[in-house]
Write a protein that binds this ligand. Structure first.
Ligand code: ZN
Length: 416
């Protein structure tokens, strides 16, 4: 018996966030996704507006809310909505991933300029980041733990410190990918979800170890504030995709037209919009995801597009086949940054290969051995959505200004 596959999208039942496939062959993610076409979105948006109005600062002596941003992934869309459309005065907060691309930095600079917002940035010292990354690579096979931890906690720390109770996030992955909750549950940010899913069960405190040379001074920036502090400010984090019909492709295309958001081809997926700010995310990080789970970001993107009725299951399968085994191109840069040899790096990666998916063949090469129960054509056709094909992604021009002194662009409020 193999692992079951959804009859509409291409997720399998062994998704790390947990997925359930019902007797009709439809997965929980596809089922909840149908709400995007049945819910009364204008009504839901009204609900969001009434939440926002509760937090509008009448005394004009503080920000109205916090928006966590980066040089990619719907940041422009969220700030445009919250500031320009709803008239809030947000403080932008960003965690420096240290895996930046030039265009990610430019996108972030332009974000500050276009929307004329204040921004709060945290750059943790590289020594601690490297110690943490060595440990999480060994323990979890993750080079992204510090990014996920920093991005999910820094806005919460700022909320407590500056007494700005409302944090506005974009899409909740548990809803958008696997249908863990209904949009109507209006789930909000929790310490528990962050630990179990974003951090793969490992809190900052769990990393302290003499063997790894990680001490309390290395991890305090990743600590979630205590309940007393959260309650005294009344911190809450809402997800926009509960109130706005989420469609990241269309959203990015609006931002390209309105604000010249920069896109770029990605190593291991066809989506040129979402993760252009990181040189490892759709590259080495995503490759490691296939070692652990058998699939990469391209499957997430294909399934999203199938559900949004822009891609057929068959064309989606072709895209997955095209991208899933592409080797990362930035491994050398990453190993140099971390200070690890190729041999020990490969040894660590092999430790995290899922034995249900990978096995050595006679010539000692790794080979996929995963077995899937593909649904019958009858089931697939029963679950099929009628698609209006749209698989075009815009590759924008590099907007790097031709000044000698590019520092001006990097550090000032920006150049447009
Ligand atoms: Zn599905």
């Amino acid at each position: 018996m193999g692992v079951r596959v959804c009859s509409r999208c291409l997720y399998t039942q062994n998704h790390p966030l947990g997925i359930y496939i019902d007797e009709n062959g439809l997965c929980s993610g596809c089922k909840i996704h149908e709400e995007k076409d049945t819910l009364n979105w204008p009504e839901r948006e009204q609900k969001l507006k009434s939440i926002l109005s509760e937090y509008k600062n009448k005394n004009l002596n503080n920000y109205d809310c916090i928006i966590p941003v980066s040089g990619a992934r719907d940041s422009y869309f969220i700030v445009d909505k919250i500031k320009n459309e709803y008239g809030m005065n947000p403080l932008l907060v960003t965690y420096n991933t240290q895996y930046n691309t030039e265009r990610g930095i430019r996108n972030l600079v332009y974000l500050r300029t276009h929307f004329d917002c204040d921004i709060f940035t945290l750059t943790v010292n590289p020594q601690s980041i490297k110690q943490i990354t060595r440990a999480t690579l060994r323990r979890l096979g993750s080079l992204y733990w510090h990014v996920l931890a920093g991005q999910t906690v820094f806005p919460v720390q700022v909320a407590v410190r500056l007494k700005i109770p409302l944090i506005i996030w974009g899409a909740h992955q548990g809803i958008d990918q696997v249908g863990m909750y209904s949009h109507l549950d209006e789930v909000e940010m929790t310490r528990k979800y962050r630990k179990e899913h974003d951090l793969m069960g490992l809190e900052a405190e769990d990393l302290i170890s003499d063997e790894d040379q990680i001490f309390p001074k290395d991890i305090y920036q990743f600590r979630y504030p205590d309940n007393h502090d959260l309650a005294s400010v009344g911190v809450r984090g809402v997800y926009l995709n509960n109130y706005i019909r989420w469609d990241t492709k269309t959203q990015h295309e609006q931002m390209i037209t309105k604000y010249q958001y920069e896109t770029h081809p990605q190593t291991r997926t066809f989506d040129t919009y979402n993760d252009v700010d990181s040189f490892v995310y759709s590259d080495l990080h995503d490759y490691i995801k296939t070692l652990k789970w058998g699939y990469g970001k391209v499957t997430d993107h294909v399934n999203r597009e199938i559900r949004l009725k822009r891609l057929s299951r068959e064309d989606g399968q072709k895209l997955i086949t095209q991208f899933k085994d592409i080797k990362p191109v930035f491994t050398r840069q990453f190993m140099d940054w971390l200070g690890v040899s190729e041999n020990s790096f490969n040894f660590i990666l092999d430790q995290h290969r899922n034995p249900a998916i990978w096995q050595r063949n006679e010539s000692w090469q790794w080979q996929r051995i995963e077995k899937y129960d593909q649904p019958s054509m009858l089931m697939v056709n029963k679950c099929r959505l009628s698609a209006q094909f749209d698989d075009k992604y815009i590759n924008t021009k590099n907007k790097k200004p031709h000044y000698q002194d590019t520092d001006y662009v990097m550090y000032s409020k920006g150049w447009v």
